[in-house]
Design a protein around this ligand. Structure first.
Ligand SMILES: Nc1ncnc2c1ncn2[C@@H]1O[C@H](COP(=O)(O)OP(=O)(O)O)[C@@H](O)[C@H]1O
Ligand SMILES: CC(C)(COP(=O)(O)O)[C@@H](O)C(=O)NCCC(=O)O
Ligand SMILES: [K+]
Length: 255
């Protein structure tokens, strides 16, 4: 079975793919200090808790945090006796090569989302991923990643307000009932929520107009549905997009 690992700046998701479907997935905080031994013990326990007894024979990793990759490689090598594919490394082929400025390193998560989006929807896509940062990945008609937009993540924006201003508390994101907040928390939630709705609309519209063609907007990441309920911002929401992309890239490398 294939172990897929998607490491973001905040969380790392591990999932097991049996060739047809994901049989389980687990999420933990990203920590560059976690060792291969720790990952293995935690995964073993997590599998036992679900009465899962599967043999992991292959592994693919996407990591936006380069330092984490070393310990994930140790996990694969020491405990599963397999050399992982690492997205973005020269020995991991992509279905379609990105077209960006020479010398640019594209976030592996964006390459994975591109492969997943193209596999499911074909080309001319905008993939919006709500993570630590909110990324817009533009996928050309032939499936190539051609660039996009990086905006501060929703929680990062809320945290920045709290960190920088002594009188602003830590608040969670939610859709405020009204735009005009009548207390501090409501004001902050309004700024982030409605500001974000505007950001998504404006960026998607400008990408479409810059490229002079209709494009499908695909969203992923836990916060996408919250924004979609306020306005029609996306054509489709796919919770498992990044994990699907890892299976697409793995398959491409095995063919
Ligand atoms: N369903 C959700 N509801 C609220 N917050 C969420 C949800 N899913 C993720 N988050 C938050 O969004 C932020 C980004 O998380 P995540 O998507 O795991 O980022 P990354 O992929 O960059 O590690 C984190 O602060 C996380 O706690
Ligand atoms: C933009 C990102 C920080 C998003 O990471 P995430 O929110 O998933 O943790 C990541 O894709 C990245 O480090 N990119 C490198 C620069 C680029 O993609 O152009
Ligand atoms: K992201």
């Amino acid at each position: 079975m294939l172990l897929t690992i998607d490491c973001g700046n905040t969380n790392t998701v591990f999932a097991i793919w049996d060739g047809t479907e994901f049989v389980a997935s687990w999420r933990r905080a990203t920590n560059a200090h976690s060792t291969g031994d720790e990952y293995y013990t935690w995964l073993r326990t997590s599998m036992t808790l679900r009465s899962l007894d599967v043999e992991i024979t292959e592994c693919i990793i996407s990591s936006t945090v380069p330092r984490v990759v070393f310990n994930l490689r140790v996990l694969c090598d020491r405990y599963y006796d397999t050399r992982p594919l690492v997205v973005g490394k020269p020995d991991c082929a992509l279905p379609v090569a990105p077209r960006v400025d020479a010398g640019t390193t594209v976030g592996p998560d964006r390459l994975v989302n591109t492969a997943a989006g193209f596999d499911r929807h074909g080309g001319d896509l905008i993939v919006v991923d709500f993570g630590t940062a909110t990324t817009f990945d533009v996928v050309d008609h032939d499936g190539a990643y051609v660039g996009g937009v990086i905006a501060p993540g929703v929680n990062l924006s809320l945290e920045a307000l709290h960190m920088a201003a002594a009188a602003l508390p830590h608040v969670d994101i939610t859709q405020p009932q009204r735009v005009v907040g009548s207390n501090t928390v409501a004001c902050m939630q309004s700024g982030i929520f409605w500001g974000y709705v505007g950001l998504i609309k404006e960026i998607a519209a400008r990408i479409k107009s810059e490229r002079s063609r209709p494009m499908k907007v695909v969203s992923t990441g836990g916060l996408a549905p919250l924004f979609q309920q306020a306005d029609t911002l996306f054509d489709v929401y796919e919770d498992d997009l990044t994990m699907h992309g890892l299976t697409v890239i793995h398959k491409h490398n095995k063919e």
